[in-house]
Design a protein around this ligand. Sequence first.
Ligand SMILES: [Zn+2]
Length: 253
Amino acid sequence: MFTIIIILLAVLGAALGSFFNVLIYRLPRKQSIVFPASHCGECGKAIPFYLNIPILSYLMLGGKCKYCGAKIHWHHLLVELITPLILIALFLQYGLFSLLFLKYALLSLFMIPIFFIDAFHQIIPHKLSIPLIPLGLLLTLIPGNDVTLLNALVSAGIIFAFLLFIAYAYRFARKADGLGGGDIWLLTGIAAFFGIISMPYVILISAVLGIIYFFIFVRDKDHGFAFGTFISFTTVLWAIIGSSRVFDLISFI
Ligand SMILES: [Zn+2]
């Protein structure tokens, strides 16, 4: 049974990863995510279904378009590999038949396209961030949630107000945008899932990771800073480890 579940999650994850690749390409370009069917971004040729198999097609074609030979970016393969791995990690943590598995799988699945779209384009599409707020709140109504409706509401409200204040204060002080609207919606949605106690840690870890990355790899002040990439990475990590385990560890230290 255990092996069957792992295989099913792997197949489901790879298929979802393939769909996320469509979102990652089309959402920032404001294209429909349904029409037209999958096609090469370079020559526009439609990709037949037998060449649209997650992971395998990429490896068989050597990461190139069959028709024009244009390179298919390696992130396509990465997304199709990482999505099943995240689902399997969440299953190992929460079991399959628990609300927490469903809840954190849902949250993590939203984080995958956000991670890549923000990394590549420095935007977080509202279509991916704002729905997290009602979803997180609605899930608290189902028994077995680790966050109450009141906690989720207060958490989302405080995080939204706090970040809005920071954004305006920064704009007033520096005459430039420091925190984007996308970051605010995203963290408000995440707050509705995690509740108030986790949020300071999630924001702090995201910021520290982002700053470390910036100083090692970027160092250019004019370069766009994709905070959403680090927020989504930290969120998946936090969901997999589980806030209760993190706090056990913190109190142990
Ligand atoms: Zn092509």
